[in-house]
Design a binder for this molecule. Structure first.
Ligand code: SF4
Ligand code: SF4
Length: 446
């Protein structure tokens, strides 16, 4: 029987319009705009200057803090600017702009399709290679992968979970990767097991991906450290805390981390990036991205160079469809609205989704009817109507924290289910950010 997490969850239409679309290579366009803010933490510091020639894979940004990461040229050509530009939310972030000339890669990068199975690198070499390749979590948060694979003193990993649930509607990048590159994903998984010094891994896949499950199960016969676990289709099955609970039955404590349960969770795309970094010396310069939406004539999956702008994607799919009302980077539940179409694809971008006005229209808000649906669907066991009220009334941080607002994973299940169309998440997010600032400042004073 399929496994699932214990509390809450919803079943939005999955709209996986691109599940049968193989991954294609997106054309390299004349210019790329590479953001220095590719990971959680501090943006990288640019290390190239205007006029400099670069090759694919060359370092163009170095980490500026412990939680930060290397950024590499995703194309070859001439750096034409190093300049602050607006990101998808409109915030100014340093970018390196490169005019494309040919497609010349650093010679040490192995671009062949040959699958390299033997893992020769030591644990230390693996961590170094992953760090130098700028690999970050591709499941959304963009946390530097080498840090996740280096548990702090006193914490010990027991299990690696490769997250292939891809529970966000519309997105099919991981589904296609599992069907097309199962071996590379398992080798990436084996590399991470070696880095963690453990021998047990799981791959969790939702049951709406039958072909991916079959491919991964077939391939798993050669990778006995791994077990493929079929998960029930239920959003947010792919949340770190939810997939840990579904597979191991363990619960991440409030304000805790997956490692507190002995688990390290890495996304399918991250496993591929780890394989590339360690076996092929290939930095993270491209990612699989789903280009989708009911108003697009041809929905497709592409492997796309980091720094391709959303405006360039629109051009490539034949321009802006007249019905399109909203652009989203990622899926409709947890993706980010694109306020600036000139913003560019990041390492962690999983999808470019266009929604119509009908799909985005919010019904008028009415009074709470105390139906408790929001409580029933909350996967974190919170009381969203109460958190909403407390956040809205500005009722003291202590009360928000007592009601565990800091544990909200911003999944949107409450908002999706509320028959009164109350903007629960929009308001809870504000309360959560105030509470987290308070918790961090108290921790800093200790
Ligand atoms: S957004 Fe937060 S409060 Fe709402 S259902 Fe998700 S975890 Fe619960
Ligand atoms: S789901 Fe909406 S209407 Fe029902 S209790 Fe929650 S906030 Fe009130």
């Amino acid at each position: 029987m399929e496994k699932t997490f214990r509390l809450g969850g919803i079943h939005p239409q999955d709209n996986k319009l691109t599940s049968e679309a193989p991954v294609e290579i997106f054309p390299i366009l004349p210019k790329v705009y590479i953001s220095m803010a590719q990971s959680l933490g501090a943006p990288a510091t640019p290390v190239v200057t205007k006029g400099e020639k670069v090759k694919v894979g060359q370092v163009i940004g170095k980490p500026s803090a412990f939680i930060s990461g290397f950024v590499h040229a995703s194309v070859s050509g001439t750096v034409t600017d190093v300049v602050p530009m607006a990101d998808l939310a409109g915030r100014k972030v340093m970018h390196v702009v490169i005019d494309v000339e040919g497609d010349e890669w650093l010679p040490e990068i192995d671009r062949s399709k040959t699958v390299i199975r033997a893992i020769k690198a030591s644990r230390e070499e693996i961590i170094e290679k992953i760090k130098n390749a700028g690999v970050v979590g591709l499941g959304g948060a963009g946390f530097p992968t080498w840090i996740k694979l280096s548990p702090p003193p006193g914490k010990k990993a027991e299990f690696l979970i490769i997250n292939g649930s891809e529970c966000e509607p519309y997105v099919t990048a991981d589904d296609r990767s599992m069907r097309e590159q199962p071996e590379e994903i398992f080798i990436g998984g084996e590399i991470m097991l070696k880095a963690l010094g453990i021998a047990k891994g799981f791959v969790g896949i939702e049951d709406n991906k039958k072909a991916a499950i079959a491919k991964m199960k077939e391939s798993a016969k050669h990778y006995p450290h791994f077990e493929v676990v079929v998960l029930k289709r239920k959003y947010p099955e792919g949340g770190e805390k939810q997939i840990i609970n579904a597979i191991t039955g363990r619960r991440v404590p409030s304000l805790g981390l997956p490692i507190d349960t002995g688990c390290v969770v890495q996304n399918v795309g991250t496993a591929l990036a780890v394989y590339d970094a360690v076996q092929k010396n290939k930095p993270l310069v491209e990612s699989v991205i789903t280009v989708t939406g009911k108003c697009i004539a041809q929905q497709r999956n592409f492997v796309m160079r980091v720094g391709t702008s959303f405006a360039q994607i629109l051009d490539a799919i034949g321009g802006l469809p007249v019905e399109a009302a909203k652009f989203i980077s990622g899926g409709p539940m947890m993706g980010k609205a694109v306020a600036n179409v000139n913003a560019s694809v990041l390492k962690g971008t999983s999808a470019f989704l266009l929604l119509t006005e009908k799909e985005t229209k919010r019904e008028p808000e009415s009074a709470c009817i105390r139906c408790s649906k929001c409580v029933q669907v909350c996967p974190m066991g919170l009381e969203p109507y109460l958190l909403y009220k407390l956040s809205k009334n500005g009722r003291g941080i202590a009360e928000l924290e007592r009601n565990d607002i800091q544990d909200c994973i911003e999944c949107g299940c409450c908002l999706y289910s509320c028959p009164a169309h109350i903007p629960l998440l929009d308001v809870i997010r504000i309360g959560k950010s105030t509470a987290l600032k308070d918790i961090k400042s108290r921790a800093a004073k200790k």
